[in-house]
Design a protein around this ligand. Structure first.
Ligand code: KDO
Length: 333
């Protein structure tokens, strides 16, 4: 039996095959390279890998690069702006180098806790801040990531330095991240801040190049800073947060349903990471004490008073738009 197969029939069969097999005819997936300096075991990395990546897998290839292996700390935003990177986990302190008014979100003793961060990020008060980042830097902020309560972590024993008030940090060489906003916070705490990339902190503590550093307990554990330090004064001087950031140009190129899927994936990942980080903060005081760390409460009121006064008397607060600090405070407890 002979039969002629028309060209139309072949094309129809091929198209049907492509649709069912999702092969070459399917839309190419968008590439999402993310660069961040935290480790792959940090809760932010776990959340992005286990929650965000799978949630966008239908239309995006999520490609995380941890430990600063793709871009150095603080260079990610410019990489996104120049089109060399699609995503990062950025910080208010990094955004403040481009937009001074962002320093309000990096100021000591302003953000109160994880819920406060979510409330502020989703409140209209934040809209002008997000808009200037989007319009002037080409970066779209998807969700806030809880990093945790930053404390003063020193090589010295409590017998050598008992941290009760900022006066006790006089002369202490405290590593702080590199931007001006971080250095100001180190001085407001009473210390001599040393700018240094996160990747160099362990060795600097080990060699005594610095006396201490400030990070949340989960970072002290994840980066094993407890191996090279002896005490933590629970100053809680900054309830720190990061932001899941994506190229605005890339985001705008996606169809609406993919924009919604990307946003909800980031929100869900941030929620997952926040809950994990809060649980770690609860349980790690005892873990760190088991490692021999002296952990204690200083005179937090004295630190709060000194730090808040330093900001209010500084050029930083003069860059804060009228009424924003009050609006942020009103969203807290
Ligand atoms: C740090 O360098 O101390 C810091 O905590 C600053 C944060 O903004 C963030 O970059 C963090 O490092 C890294 O994600 C490593 O935890």
């Amino acid at each position: 039996m002979s039969f002629s197969v028309t060209r139309r029939a072949v094309l129809a069969a091929t198209a049907a095959l492509a649709v069912t097999s999702g092969s070459a005819f399917a839309q190419d997936k968008v590439q999402l390279r993310l660069s961040a300096v935290n480790s792959e075991t940090d809760q932010r990395a776990v959340a992005m890998t286990e929650v965000f990546g799978p949630a966008v897998a239908d239309f995006a290839d999520f490609e995380p690069h941890w430990n600063g292996t793709l871009f150095a700390q603080g260079s990610e935003l410019e990489a996104i702006a120049s089109g060399d990177l699609e995503m990062s986990i950025t910080a208010a302190q990094e955004l403040a180098t481009f937009f001074p008014d962002w320093s309000i979100f990096a100021a000591g003793y302003v953000m109160q806790d994880a819920d406060h961060q979510v409330a502020v990020f989703n409140d209209p008060v934040m809209d002008p801040f997000k808009q200037e980042v989007r319009e002037q830097l080409g970066v779209h902020l998807l969700a806030p990531m809880y990093l945790g309560r930053r404390h003063v972590n020193l090589r010295q024993t409590r017998e050598e330095i008992d941290v009760q008030t900022p006066a006790d940090l006089n002369g202490v060489n405290l590593r702080m991240p590199g931007t001006d906003a971080w250095q100001f916070l180190g001085r407001a705490l009473g210390a001599n801040p040393t700018p240094m990339a996160f990747s160099e902190v362990y060795t600097a503590l080990q060699t005594g190049a610095v006396d201490g550093q400030d990070n949340p307990l989960p970072t002290v554990v994840d980066s094993k800073f407890y191996e090279v330090t002896n005490q933590i004064a629970l100053t809680s001087h900054l309830v720190d947060w990061n932001f899941i950031a994506v190229s605005a140009e890339l985001f705008d190129s996606l169809p609406a349903e993919q924009q919604e899927a990307l946003t909800s994936a980031a929100v869900e990942a941030a929620k997952s990471g926040r809950e994990a980080q809060l649980a770690l903060e609860e349980e790690q005081v005892s873990f760190l004490r088991e490692q021999g760390m002296e952990i204690y409460e200083p005179d937090v009121a004295a630190f709060r008073e000194a730090v808040q006064s330093a900001y209010l008397e500084s050029d930083y607060s003069s860059a804060w738009p009228e009424g924003v600090l009050e609006a942020i405070n009103a969203l807290g407890k």
